[in-house]
Design a protein around this ligand. Structure first.
Ligand SMILES: [Zn+2]
Ligand SMILES: [Zn+2]
Length: 417
């Protein structure tokens, strides 16, 4: 029995992840992630790595609901089953609904408490982990039994400073035994950007909400649920009400079931019913959802004054302006995403709209990925025979004390020794 590992994309870049593990002699294959490259032009197709053989069957496992890990599932052969976490599937579905790139197949799902899953010649154990995406998993893949077995641990994307850091800590304290190969992400290698905890971030929001006389406009990713929780908690602590848009309400409604996550109906939380998004949803058969939100809703003109924390994105500016909601000097604007996103007009316009009115402009954010020291500590705790670098651009000279590194090139086949 052998396992052969091929990183089709990701040995030299962040995003577009696609990794294959093949079991011999059965010839069965698992594909870990089918990610869209981050620099792919909008609407571009034909992006699956050329080295990925599409003639033979394979099962695809999606580690978490970020597009650089699942964005190419529509390009996969229709017969290939695609599996992911249950809440991850819900988020992938939402993105499909809003971008009209609906996945043509049916996602099979696992539960965060599933335990090991038998998939033909493989046994796969998903480990819920800490990342800026909800329902993100590390995947332990085992082939064969006893002495001859081989075990590969794929970290997906992870961090150790978010709201679920305890999951990573407990895995480090009690690591899976005999990991032959650890496929680890390295997004933040050689980065000295401050990595602060989501709890520390909450304090920064509380400070800002307290010192701001007017409203706080806020841009963040509606699928970054850790951040939504952080912002909501800070609003409650300071007696403000958070006004989310219909999209964020839709996200929370579809994932909150069975969790304590905030959702429409919670105190200090209102849904802004803007005419543009409401009619867009009605046209797509979501009229019932819009009606269900009405009891928790607030019309945009109510946001013209008061101590609201208002979700802001470019597509809301038109509706807000028409209803008399415009920024003033006593307001503040927070950009709670990666700074590089401000290069895009979509994000910069919301900031400029507030800046031109004289509002205070603030960045409050922390990375969704592990700091370099946490990467080293994690790899050391897992103690694999080989560390295989993925999802990074500084792996040739990471500047860290790491287990033995097996540096592969994209598309290179390597039999796990
Ligand atoms: Zn990623
Ligand atoms: Zn990610």
């Amino acid at each position: 029995m052998t396992l052969t590992l091929t990183v089709h994309r990701g040995t030299q870049q962040i995003g577009g992840s696609c990794i294959e593990i093949e079991h011999e002699p059965s010839g069965e294959r698992l594909i870990l992630d089918a990610g869209r490259p981050l620099d792919a032009p909008e609407g571009a197709t034909g992006l699956l790595p050329e080295t990925l053989d599409r003639e033979r069957p394979a099962t695809v496992l999606i580690s978490h609901p970020h597009q650089d890990h699942w964005g190419l599932i529509n390009e996969l052969p229709p017969g290939w089953p695609v599996r992911t976490g249950a809440k991850s599937a819900a988020l992938i579905e939402i993105t499909g609904d809003y971008t009209r790139q609906k996945y043509g197949g049916t996602l099979k799902t696992w539960d965060s408490r599933s335990g090991p899953i038998a998939l033909g010649a493989f046994t796969v154990t998903p480990y819920l982990t800490d990342h800026s995406a909800l329902d993100a998993y590390m995947l332990l893949i085992e082939g064969g039994a006893g002495e001859a077995s081989r075990r590969v641990l794929y970290t997906g994307d992870f961090r150790r400073h978010g709201r679920k850091s305890a999951l990573v800590d407990s895995m480090m304290a009690n690591p899976p035994a005999n990991v032959h190969a650890l496929l680890m992400e390295g997004t933040n290698l050689r980065s000295d950007k401050p990595v602060i905890s989501e709890t520390e971030l909450e304090r920064e929001f509380v400070d800002l909400f307290r010192r701001t006389g007017g409203r706080v406009f806020l841009s963040w990713s509606g699928q970054n649920i850790d951040r939504t929780v952080t912002i909501y908690r800070a609003a409650r602590l300071t007696g403000r009400t958070l006004a989310i848009d219909l999209y964020v309400a839709d996200v929370l409604e579809r994932i909150a079931e069975g969790t304590g996550l905030p959702r429409p109906g919670f105190p200090n939380l209102k849904v802004v019913i803007t005419s543009r998004l409401a009619s867009w949803l009605r046209k797509r058969g979501r009229g019932d959802f819009v009606s269900e939100m009405a009891p928790h809703g607030v019309s945009a003109d109510k946001l013209a004054s008061g101590n609201w924390v208002v979700m802001l994105r470019r597509s809301l500016i038109g509706d807000f302006t028409r209803r008399g909601v415009t920024p003033r000097p006593e307001d503040a604007f927070v950009f709670s995403m990666w700074r590089g996103n401000l290069d895009e007009p979509y994000h910069a316009e919301a900031r400029d709209w507030c800046a031109n009115a004289g509002a205070e402009i603030v960045q409050i954010h922390t990375s969704g990925h592990a700091a370099p020291a946490d990467l080293a500590a994690f790899a050391t705790a897992i103690d694999p025979r080989w560390l295989v670098p993925v999802h990074g651009v500084k792996w040739d000279d990471p500047g860290l004390d790491l287990p033995p590194v097996k540096r592969l090139g994209d598309g290179e086949r390597w039999t796990v020794p």
